[in-house]
Ligand binder design. Structure first.
Ligand SMILES: NC(=O)c1ccc[n+]([C@@H]2O[C@H](COP(=O)([O-])OP(=O)(O)OC[C@H]3O[C@@H](n4cnc5c(N)ncnc54)[C@H](O)[C@@H]3O)[C@@H](O)[C@H]2O)c1
Length: 284
C-alpha cells in the first residue's frame, strides 16, 4: 500500500518535526491539533525550520513553498478520514492515546495504518484498545525528527506483517533510516541508552568526577560524539527521568531506575537546554 496522504495528530515538538519531514518529502499531510492556535504554532515551527534550510541552501524557496503547500491544518479528527497512515504524536498519556486511536479507528478507512510515536508506552496496549489491532504499529522518531534519521518501526504480536512493512516503507520513502523491532520496553535505542546514561550519572558521584570531566572522558576515551551530561541536557532531564521510570516500572532492573541526582534536578526545574540550566548553563 502506497501512502498518498498522511495524518499527524499533535503538532508539538515531535508532531511538527514529523510533519516537516513528510511535507518536505513530497507527501500530502494533514496536521491535527486541539486548537487553531496550536495548529498554527506547529505550522510556524515548520516554516521557521524550512526557512533555515533555505538560508543554508539545503533547499530552494520554491521547494519550501511547495512543502508548506502540502500541509493542511485542522482541529477536526474527521478531516483525517482520507489518510492512508495516521501518526499520533500527542501527550505521552495512555488514556489520551487509547481514546484517540478508538476514534481514529472509526474514522479512517479499513486499510489505513495507525501509528504511535510513543517512547515508553506499550504499543500493544494501545493497539488492543482499538477494534482493528492488526493495523497498529509504533513509529518511533527521534528528536529533532527532521535531523535524526532513525525510526524504530515497532510491531506488536497483533500487527499484520503487511502493515509493519507499509510503515517501514513509508519511513524509508520520507528519507529516514528505519529498523524493524518488536514491542518491548524502550524498544532498541532507549533500552540501551537510558541505563547507560544512568550509569554515567552514578559515576559522577562514585568517581568524584565533574560533568565536564565525565563528558571529556567519554569524548576522548571512546570517541562518543557528545558527552553523556551534555546529551542528557539535550534530551531534557524530565524526559530522561520519565523514560527511566517507565523502563524501571516494566523491567525492575536497578540500572533502569532514574538516579536520585536526576530526580532532584527535575524537581528543581533544572531540565537542561530547554530551561537554560541542567548539568551546564546555557545562554537563552
Ligand atoms: N520530545 C521527545 O524527545 C520525544 C522523542 C520521541 C518520541 N516522543 C513522543 O512523542 C509524543 C509527543 O511528544 P512531544 O514531545 O512532541 O510532546 P509536546 O507536548 O511537544 O506535543 C504534544 C502536542 O499534542 C497536542 N495534543 C494533545 N492531545 C491532542 C489530541 N487529542 N489531538 C491533537 N493534538 C493533541 C498538544 O496540544 C501538543 O501540542 C509523546 O508520545 C512522546 O513520548 C517524544
Amino acid at each position: 500500500m502506497e501512502v498518498q496522504t498522511v495524518g499527524i495528530v499533535g503538532l508539538g515538538t515531535m508532531g511538527a518535526g514529523i510533519a516537516h519531514v513528510c511535507v518536505q518529502a513530497g507527501v500530502e499531510t494533514v496536521g491535527r491539533e486541539v486548537s487553531a492556535g496550536l495548529a498554527e504554532r506547529g505550522r510556524a515551527t515548520i516554516e521557521r525550520h524550512l526557512a533555515r534550510g533555505v538560508e543554508k541552501s539545503r533547499l530552494t524557496q520554491e521547494d519550501m513553498d511547495a512543502a508548506l503547500g502540502r500541509l493542511r491544518l485542522t482541529t477536526e479528527l474527521e478531516a483525517l478520514a482520507g489518510c492512508d497512515l495516521v501518526i499520533e504524536a500527542i501527550v505521552e498519556q495512555a488514556d489520551a492515546k487509547k481514546e484517540l486511536f478508538d476514534e481514529l479507528d472509526r474514522i479512517v478507512s479499513p486499510q489505513a495504518v495507525l501509528a504511535t510515536n510513543t517512547s515508553a508506552l506499550s504499543v500493544t496496549e494501545l493497539a488492543a484498545a482499538t477494534s482493528h489491532p492488526q493495523r497498529v504499529v509504533g513509529m518511533h522518531f527521534f528528536n529533532p525528527a527532521p535531523v535524526l534519521p532513525l525510526v524504530e518501526v515497532v510491531r506488536t504480536q497483533l500487527t499484520d506483517p503487511a502493515v509493519h512493512d507499509a510503515a517501514y516503507d513509508f519511513a524509508a520513502r520520507i528519507g529516514k533510516e528505519p529498523i524493524r523491532c518488536s514491542d518491548t520496553p524502550g524498544f532498541v535505542v532507549n533500552r540501551v541508552l537510558i541505563p547507560l546514561l544512568n550509569d554515567c550519572v552514578r559515576v559522577l558521584d562514585e568517581a568524584g568526577v565533574t560533568p565536564d570531566d565525565l563528558d571529556k572522558a567519554m569524548l576522548h576515551g571512546t570517541r562518543w560524539p557528545i558527552g553523556p551530561c551534555a546529551l542528557i541536557d539535550l534530551i531534557g532531564i524530565d524526559i530522561h527521568v520519565h523514560a527511566s521510570d517507565a523502563l524501571w516500572e516494566s523491567l525492575r532492573e536497578p540500572r533502569m531506575a532514574p538516579p536520585p541526582r536526576l530526580v532532584a534536578m527535575a524537581k528543581a526545574g533544572l531540565l537542561g537546554r530547554k530551561t537554560g540550566r541542567g548539568f551546564y548553563t546555557y545562554e537563552r
